[in-house]
Design a protein around this ligand. Structure first.
Ligand code: ME8
Length: 661
């Protein structure tokens, strides 16, 4: 166990943005590494937040008739709520409009000014209004903004500048001497290349005649601070720079910034030189991950393919998405989000490999040992097969650790899944059913114990990635209250699971998904009347989408026998209530001849009280599913049109359980 601290940050997201899968990616990655480090016993700070100053915020607030602060206070909630739904365990959430932050920004400005590193001069050059960035003539790409490709305007105005150029040589040697500072290597090389050209000074002010919404420059109140200069400082504000020096010093030296590759220059050129200017060391590491596209295309509002994370959560739940985004693509490379790939991972990795290991093991323990884990076997009782499994466990713990230190999330998960595969093979080879038949009771005990210690080790290792699943597994293993058995630090030496633990069989962790859900349809097609940034959908993609829709609508005729497979009955609603923390879901208790719990996405259309006593139509032979942690055994029927959702009800008081044909 190490007392070494760990500090991880995400970018602070623009408060105006609608959170999407890209924001989810960085935040989930930071959450996973924070949870992993806590599980090792390290003191951790995990910081996320919002970037709230600047022209775009001022403008959006004006358009809504609100003050910029009121606008920010409303918008920030979308991020905070989404992070709760994704089980993000941030220790702090910083907003750049908070006093604790603006005070530190002013401290930076005063320090740099008094040291002569901030000076006033006239800026004569190009400016990208939407990006709020100055560019020199040689920066421009074909006369346009090199970052966003939009028009730039020429301006001449007096401003304040940070002497960034002074630190060029220092920064170059710092990056050369510290190969782990910028990760991955491709990004490090990119920045070394960037630094081969002369570094300009950085314009860090905006005159109030153009922009009010920012941190006022303390030594000239006609100006506010450039948003990026303000925003980067959040990373030292939160752990206590100038307010809690001890805490700040102990965490800052172990800071990892997770960012997307879009904001590499600000984090690895501006930021370390700003820190150097006031004698602070750079963060330990800046890791720039890759870019997500959706169904093969750039995410764009005009294409209409921005993946709305709340809809994904309703459909798949937090853990499946968390698993998918970190397993599918090596951290650092670009990735593509597609529903088909996500459903594929859920079915093969989660439902099949992991789900089956747990279900078949719990089933055997129930049948052979009434759900009680046998005592931990002594060393002498272990055969080669079991020794192989135990070695595999130890190897996996080490591999996962090595990968996590490098933020190689996909490899860490692959190691755990190799181990899960090993455990499934162990069952097949050890064949507990044969041991039972042959009366080899003590051998059977060894196999069952080792299987359950294996499952505990798997649960501990996947818990940072899939916290709900990890905790469900702990409950099923009967160790929900034994927090010390949930920690990575409890995996070595092997065998911490106590004999005599009583397990519980629950519903499948991840029910298989047989069809692509409705929200998967139509993704990638331009919204009516809109063209996607000059691109059009490739012909073969159009045809595939069309074919899929036609099949759904008309061609897929079924026989009466096939229809009869769906068991539809009348059910009387006994209870209805909102599912905690969910906007859309209601939990219903329905009498369908037996009491049955359903979860339905109708909370935005029905008051729970209005449903009680109604007789509705229910599919009762649907595989159970768990939504927001609540099990649903069946599905009610409803129609959705432009006015909302209408639950199908009977006018007459039909006897509950009556078959609908
Ligand atoms: O840049 N793929 O905020 P922002 C992967 N406020 N990651 C993506 C992504 C995509 N398609 N789209 C966004 C800002 N991201 C500044 C940051 S920090 C001091 C100030 C993620 O709201 C990725 O982490 O534009 C990227 O760096 C960040 O969102 C940009 O968020």
């Amino acid at each position: 166990m190490s007392e070494e601290t760990f500090y991880v940050t995400t970018p602070i997201y623009y408060v105006n943005d609608v959170p999407h899968i890209g924001h989810v990616y960085t935040t989930v990655a930071a959450d996973v590494i924070a949870r992993y480090m806590r599980s090792l016993g390290k003191p951790v700070i995990f910081l996320t937040g919002t970037d709230e100053h600047g022209q775009k915020v001022e403008q959006a607030a004006r358009e809504r008739g609100l003050s910029p602060q009121e606008h920010c206070d409303e918008m920030v909630v979308r991020f905070q709520q989404l992070w709760r739904r994704f089980n993000i365990s941030n220790d702090d959430f910083i907003r750049t409009t908070e006093d604790r932050h603006t005070a530190v920004v002013k401290h930076f400005l005063n320090e740099l000014h008094s040291r002569g590193d901030i000076y006033r001069s006239t800026y004569d050059g190009w400016y990208c209004i939407p990006d709020e960035r100055f560019w020199t003539e040689k920066d421009l790409a074909g006369g346009k903004c090199p970052d966003c490709g939009r028009e730039v305007v020429q301006i001449e105005e007096a401003n304040y500048f940070f002497r960034m150029s002074k630190y060029q040589d220092w920064l170059l040697s710092y990056i050369e001497d510290n190969p782990d500072f910028i990760r991955p290597d491709s990004r490090r090389n990119e920045m070394l290349g960037f630094l081969r050209r002369p570094l300009e000074d950085l314009c860090i002010s905006r005159p109030k005649s153009r922009l009010h919404w920012g941190v006022e420059i303390p030594f000239d109140t006609d100006y506010v601070t450039y948003v990026w200069f303000d925003a980067l400082i959040n990373y030292v504000t939160a752990p206590g720079f100038t307010t809690n020096e001890d805490r700040f010093q102990s965490f800052w030296k172990n800071c990892t910034h997770l960012i997307g590759k879009d904001i590499l220059t600000t984090h690895t050129i501006y930021w370390p030189t700003m820190l150097r200017g006031i004698d602070l060391a750079p963060p330990r590491r800046v890791f720039a991950h890759g870019w997500w596209t959706v169904e093969g295309r750039k995410m764009s509002k005009s294409i209409g393919n921005v993946v709305e994370p709340n809809l994904l959560l309703d459909e798949y739940g937090a853990d499946s998405i968390r698993y998918f985004i970190l397993r599918e693509v090596p951290f650092g490379l670009d990735g593509d989000f597609s529903h088909a790939a996500l459903v594929g991972r859920i079915n093969s990795d989660l439902a099949n490999d992991l789900g089956n290991l747990l279900q078949r093991s719990l089933g055997m323990l129930d049948r052979y040992r009434s759900g009680s884990v046998p005592a931990s076997p002594g060393d002498g009782a272990l055969g080669d097969l079991t020794r192989g499994l135990i070695d595999h466990a130890a190897r996996t713990v080490d591999e996962v650790h090595g990968h996590m230190e490098q933020l190689a999330f996909d490899r860490a998960l692959k190691s755990v899944w190799d181990f899960i595969g090993g455990a499934n093979k162990y069952i097949d080879s050890a064949a507990p059913w044969t041991l039972l038949k042959e009366g080899k009771e003590s051998k059977l005990d060894v196999v069952l114990y080792c299987l359950f210690e294996t499952i505990r080790q798997v649960a501990v290792m996947i818990c940072p990635f899939m916290p709900e699943t990890g905790h469900r597994m702990f409950r099923q293993l009967g160790i929900a209250d034994r927090k010390e058995l949930h920690q990575i630090s409890s995996l070595k030496p092997w065998g911490a699971l106590p004999g005599g633990t009583r397990t519980f069989r629950g519903p499948a962790l991840f029910p298989r998904i047989e069809h692509l859900p409705e929200i998967a349809m139509g993704v990638g097609e331009p919204a009516d009347g809109e063209k996607g940034e000059g691109e059009s959908m490739p012909e073969d993609e159009k045809n595939r989408t069309k074919a899929r829709r036609q099949t759904d609508a008309h061609d897929d005729l079924i026989t009466i026998e096939e229809f009869a497979k769906v068991q539809l009955v009348a059910g009387k609603v006994l209870e209805a209530e909102k599912v905690e923390k969910s906007k859309k879901l209601l939990r219903l208790l329905v009498d369908t001849g037996e009491e049955r719990q359903l979860v339905a996405g109708i909370a935005e259309h029905y008051d729970p009280e209005d449903l009680v006593g109604k007789v509705i139509a229910v599919v009762v032979n649907l595989q159970p599913a768990t939504l927001m942690g609540v099990e649903s055994r069946g599905m009610l029927l409803a129609a959705e049109d432009k006015n909302g959702i209408h639950v199908l009800t009977f006018r007459e008081d039909v006897e509950p359980g009556t078959r609908i044909k």
